[in-house]
Design a protein around this ligand. Structure first.
Ligand SMILES: [Zn+2]
Length: 242
């Protein structure tokens, strides 16, 4: 498939689908939940599948939200913006100022933030956006989840050793990281209790966290789309087994 990328799409990101995506999604999304402020959290291409793509866990990481919106017609299930309130407010957290990537019901969830930047919420799974993510996981029943973020440097993080993945999955990741000129890492370098990676370890899911380069123009994603769509195809082709 081909998707057209606009050099600098206009905000708001919350028009769903956004006006700058000229290839409309083939079907209406399923609403899997609502944010604190009542914004719909939509799942496109909802069906049982090996791969689920999510964007916008952190509302201020527009690069991932943008890329996820480009994939609405790619065929795989996509939840383009988990944190629409944060996207509206241009903040990392949801409207309760909770870091949704510390709020998942995991064995390692901690009630106190290890760092003021990462408030975990009142209880594991306390936030409506977390409920929406869990609803999407129940709907799609993926074995692999690719979560799109952005950071000061770009890399793909997989908290699993190479030996835990099949040759085909390792090759798919290696092919993409080579094409994008980025590293595969096994950790972000600090503990992330209540994060999707921990949820994946608890539940036998393979989690890929893709940190896009923050601040790059959205148009620069154009060159990565071919390899990226190929990565999605290959992740979808195989069911990861823990
Ligand atoms: Zn993030």
């Amino acid at each position: 498939m081909t998707v057209k990328v606009h050099p600098q799409p206009a905000m708001p990101l919350l028009a769903d689908p956004p006006p700058w995506n000229e290839r409309p999604p083939p079907a209406a999304p399923e609403c899997v939940g609502q944010s604190v402020l009542g914004n719909a959290i939509n799942l496109y291409g909802a069906r049982p599948a090996n791969l689920l793509v999510i964007g916008g866990v952190h509302g201020d990481e527009s690069e991932g939200i943008f890329l996820a919106h480009l994939l609405l017609s790619a065929g795989c299930p996509v939840l383009p913006c988990l944190n629409p309130d944060g996207a509206l407010l241009r903040q990392r957290w949801n409207r309760h100022n909770v870091d949704l990537n510390r709020n998942l019901p995991t064995a390692d969830w901690k009630p106190h933030a290890l760092n003021p930047r990462y408030p975990p919420g009142a209880a594991p799974g306390s936030e409506p956006e977390t409920e929406a993510l869990l609803a999407a996981l129940r709907r799609v029943r993926p074995s692999t989840v690719l979560s799109l973020h952005s950071y000061t440097e770009s890399f793909v993080e997989i908290e699993r050793a190479q030996e835990e993945l099949s040759t085909a999955l390792n090759e798919a990741v290696a092919e993409y990281t080579r094409a994008a000129g980025i590293e595969r890492r096994s950790t972000v370098g600090y503990a992330t209790p209540g994060a999707l990676g921990a949820y994946g370890r608890d539940n036998g899911l393979l989690i890929l966290t893709y940190e896009l380069q923050r601040g790059r123009s959205h148009g620069e994603l154009q060159g990565l789309l071919g390899p990226f769509l190929r990565l999605l195809e290959r992740l979808e082709a195989e069911r990861f087994a823990a």
